[in-house]
Each structure stands twice: as C-alpha cells, then as structure tokens.
Design a protein around this ligand. Sequence first.
Ligand code: FUC
Length: 758
Amino acid sequence: MNDLELWYDKPAAVWTEALPIGNGRVGAMVFGDISRERLQLNESTFFTGGPYAPLNREAHANLDEVRRLIFAGKYREAEDLAHAKMMGSPYLQMSFQPVGDVWITFHHAMVAHNYRRSLDLDSAIATTVYEAGGVRYRREALASAPGDLIAYRVTPEVRGRLHIDVALSSPQPGAGGIVDDNTLLYLGTNRREQGVEGALTFGFGARILAEGGELTTTPDTMRLRAGDSALILIDAATSYRRYDDVSGDPRAAIEARFEKAAAIAYNQLRDAHAVEHRRLFRGLSADFGTTSAASLPTNERILANTARHDPALAALFLQYGRYLKISSSRPGTQPSNLQGLWNEEVRPSWGSKYTANINLEMNYWLPDPANLAECFEPLIEMVEDLAQTGRETARVHYGASGWVLHHNTDLWRATAPVDGPQWGLWPMGGAWLCAQLWDHWTFSEDPALIERIYPLMKGAAEFLCDYLVTAPDTGFLVTCPSLSPENQHPFGSSLCAGPTMDNQIIRDLFNGVTEAAGRLGRDEAFGAKLAAMVARLAPDRIGRGGQLQEWAEDWDLDVPEPLHRHVSHLYGVYPSWQINLDDTPDLARGARRSLELRGDDATGWGIGWRLNLWARLRDGHRAMAVLNRLLSPDRAYPNLFDAHPPFQIDGNFGGAAGIVEMLVQSRRGQVRLLPALPDEWKEGSIRGVRARGGTLVDVTWRDGLLREVILQSKAYRQTRVSYRDQRIDLTLFAGRPVTLVWSENGFAVAEESAGMAR
Ligand code: FUC
C-alpha cells in the first residue's frame, strides 16, 4: 500500500473524478477511460480578453459624497451612488479558459479487467493499468517541469498490440491540423469578454513517438497500428508574456519543447521529472497513523470518513495540497488561481481568476510552513505587476499615491473595484497581499527578499496613508468606503467605515513597512509616520455578545447572515498573530465566541479558514471536527479536489495549511508543538515543517503526547520552544540540529543528533 497515492478501480466518469497533473504552467486532467482516454488541458496564461485597464474616471469626483453618506449612516444611498459612479469599467473581469482536449482512442477489447487508476504524489505520475483482450496495458501521464511539457506513455505487455488514434478538440475558436506526420496542432485565439477584445493567440498539440507499428496521419487524426509502445508529447502555449505584452509565439514554443523532449529517451524524461518534483515534495513527511480504511479506493475513503477512523486520509490531504501547490505554482508561472490550474469550463465559476479578499491569500498559506517556499514565488511576481497597474487605479479612482488592488484580479492585473460595491469596493486586496509578503519574509529573513518586496509594501502603505480618513464621530483613522468581506451589516449594505479586518491588515502592513525600512536603513520619517498612524487606528473590541466585533459598531448580533462564510475579523487570529492566547487572551476569547456564533459549516475555503482558527485557538477537538467536514463527501470530490461547491482549490490549500497548524505553529522566535493535536491521532510524526525564522522542525508523538522534536536552523538563532504549559529557550547554530526529548518533567536536550532522519 502506498500512503502517498490516490487510487480508483474505475475510470473517471466526470471531471471531479479525473486526476490532475501540472508543472505550474501546463496542466491536465487525466480520465483513464478504457477505450477513449481524455486529457483536458490548461495553460496558466490562457484567459479571455487582452491588456486593459478598467478605470472609471468619474470615481474620484464621487468619493467625498460616498464618504459623507457612510458617515451619516446612509449606507444604501452610499451603495447606490458607488454602484453608479465608482465601479471599474468593465464591471467584471476576464476569466481563465480551457485550451482543449487530447483524445486517445484505444482499439482493443471494450471490457477491461484488473483496472487500476492512480496518482502517485511522490513521483507526480498518474498511472492507469488494466487488461484488455488478454493483454496488460500501462499508461503513464506526467507534467514535467524540466521538460516543460506533458508526456503520456502507453505500453502493452505484448509487442505489436497497441492500436490507437490521437485527436484534438477545443471549445475555443481556431483550427487544428497536421504539422508533419507525427504532430497535430490546434491554433486559435482567445475570446472577447465584457467588451475586452481577445488579444491572445494560443496553441496546443500532440506529437507521437512510436516504437514499432505503422503510423498514418489524416488531417485530424494520428493512427498507430500494431505498435509496441507510444510516447505522446503534449503541450500548450499562448502569446502572453506580461500583462501588457502579448507578442509571444505559441507555435514556436510548443515545437521547440517537442524537439527537445523528442531528443531524449522517455525514461530520462520521466526520471528528470520525478527528481525535480521530489526535490520539493520530499521536504515534508507526515504520518498520523493508519487504519484498515486506508486500503480502500480514495473515493470510498471519503464516503467512509465520517464513519470509519482514517487518520491517513488527513495526511494524504495534506500531501495532496503540497502536490497541488507544486503542480500549479512554480517560479515563472502564474500563481494558483481559484481552481489552481485546472478548469474545463468556458464560463468557470467566478472566472477561475484571483479573488483577493481571502481566496488568493489562502492559496498561499501552505507553501511556507509546508517547506515549499519556492512555490510562493509566483505570488511575489504577481504583486510586482499589481504594484504597477494599481498605481493608475489609486490615482484615477481616489487621487491617491501608491497602489491599490480591490477584491479581484486576473491575468491582465486589473485592480479596479468590480462585481458590485457590496463585494468590490474593498480597497485592501493589495495591502493584504503585502502583509502576506512580509510574513513570507519572516520565514526566511533573507535580506535580498526585503529589498525586493519593500517597494511593493511601501506603495501599498502610501495608498492607505492617502485613503485613511478621520471618522467624524470617534476620531479614529478609518478606511472609507470599505466593507468586511462580503458580509452585509444590519443596514442593508456592506459598505461601512473602518471594519475590524482593515485595521488588522493595516497594522500588519504598516508595522512590516516600518521594520523593513529600519532594516534597510531607509525612509525613517515614513516609518515614523506609519507608526503614528497605527496608533490612531481603532483597537479591536469585544461586543455585547462577548464576540470580537466585526465592525467599528457592535452590529454582529443583528446581521442578516449570522452564519456567513467569511470570518474576516478573525484575520487577527489567523493568518495574523495579533490576537492570540498568550498576549491577548480576552480578544482571543472574543474571537472564539465569534467563531462559535458563525458555526463550523461553510464553503470549502470557509471550513479551511475555520480549521486554521481552531488550531490557533488550540482546540484539537474542534479542529478535528472541522477537518472531518472538509474530508466528507460534501466538501471533497472523489479526486479530493475541494468542493466550495463547485470545485475551488483554496479549500485544498487552506485545509492542508490547517493540518500543519494543528501540529506546529510558529511566531517570530517561537515554536509551539502540537497545539491542537486531536485525540484521534494517538501516534504520529510530521517532519520538515518550516517555522518562521527558517528553522526546520521534526516532531514525533506517542500516546497523544509529545515524544521528541528535532530543530535545525540554517543560521544562529534564539528560539523558544513551547509544548502545553512548558517551554525551553534554545540557541541554535547553523547546521547543528538539536534534539529535545519530552517527558512529564519537561524538555531535555538529547545528545546533538547527527542529522535529520528524513
Ligand atoms: C469570494 C467568496 C465566494 C467565492 C469567491 C470566489 O467572493 O465569498 O465564496 O469563494 O470569492
């Protein structure tokens, strides 16, 4: 039994049963049908539309009036005016598109025996094996990062028994055809949306490299008869280079990659792929115990999870999250979008783009603690773009300096408010992303990274310096207009001034900018100005229900949707550390109350967020209950994709991050072990968790109690290690792992261990 495998005894009948592969840029869903294989393809830069800037030149002139209405409590009027005058144009953004499908028809017996379809997370290879007509067939699909394409290999056990047809189809405008006798290509253009003309050309195709047999090609099909085996190279590309440059040549790119891959043996391509994947994937291992449930096919494990104890399913879900991150986010590719890299719809839910009021951020909670820091890179690259496009939006919409992103963006780095003021008029997306970049920095404390992210953070702070206004009644500095994503308050709107989440994000951002400026020896006066502004923000407050107030006013108990999926004001608990059990116990109690009022059920990502929150509140029992919701058939499809519903990948990433958070939490200079270990996970280990400061942590527990921890730092560092109510202060030296053994008497430092047993 392979505990790093998803497997099934049937082909995928629907998309959410198919298995995802990807190299960050190009991805496929593999169905494994016996007679007609389907690979549904995506390319990370294939969106509708073209370079555009959705600015509304009327917005600024209406800002003061919208503010006045909000401060006068006329929220509906404010919303109507904002709807008419302050939204971006177009009103919606561009959407992520499927490029097309590769179909492989197998001419052999229609009935298969001993069928098994699997995805091995450790090698990142999707395999289908079965017997048909007395012959055993093996299919392998992989998306190679070094080769930068997809390889599909079919081998019958008996030579000469491979008869296949390869064809392409696409839901996009364009045409396919033969390039030469072993290559088919489909070339086309992307669609127009919301009045933004399509400006991308794209292509995808397949090249067949057969051993033995005879290949004939008609204008739309490559036919192999009596082959010994076949390697089908598959690739897709677009003309996208940057949000303002679409001059790429997709056909040339595809052909060059085909040439390169055709020049090496399949085994070499496969090995290079697996080695590169493992370089990242093997950085963390997890074992929460195994029961007999683990021997079932993955779809049956999900169905059984509520009834049968299956701790290995949680470990698999964690590792699947890491697999999906590596497969949808590598340096140089687009960040993981709402569906990662996998979308078959021409009109996907929410455009399968990037929602920045929780979803995009949640997509990047996992890589740092799960030892995949490199996979964070595309998010930094995206913020670098947004800091450019968001400058015009800040200036035109608000007459402000710096840069702004509202609650959504797309391939073209659109930054204006969209969808409607009740969702879109939230000027905090860029600020949140920058606070997250700063948190990312705290994991490595790499000086070169500060140089890179400081200008981005500074620009986001400059915008807020101009945007914040003094509330006439309280004198606090507030964002206005804003909202607490996407929750309506009792006065028929979500528009308001100074919601709790905004204050919390601003604190993290401004404190980060001030510290970064200090470390760089720059902008001393600006840093001091931000520190003074932080002091003028409203503090977090406890309302009449004992809850942490979501808004400046105590509205929480009167809202129309008390069980709302967003828990924005709990940003302070997670991902931030502003509210925590050690330093702000009263606020932490209020946050707990808020969480109880909200309830544990939500969309997939909503549950994922709650999981992290219960973990930070050190409640292993509640965390486990919430995690089981995520691993139930209501929230997990047969392929373990998270169900918002429909499929949205943030639940996978947020859920996986939450599992790590149950076991190891870190703040700067502090590591807390097993803060929310559930009773169900009696014995286990997690190795390779990365703490803030860059320390790698390996933890083992027995009988529900900490047994041993190994800490390994790349640099000299002081760290406080806590478990329950005990703690120890350690000095770590580069390359010298320290092993601590725990007993009821507390921690003891073991002989320095020779190295990490990973
Ligand atoms: C936010 C959420 C929705 C959905 C969308 C993509 O608007 O409120 O639930 O996840 O993003």
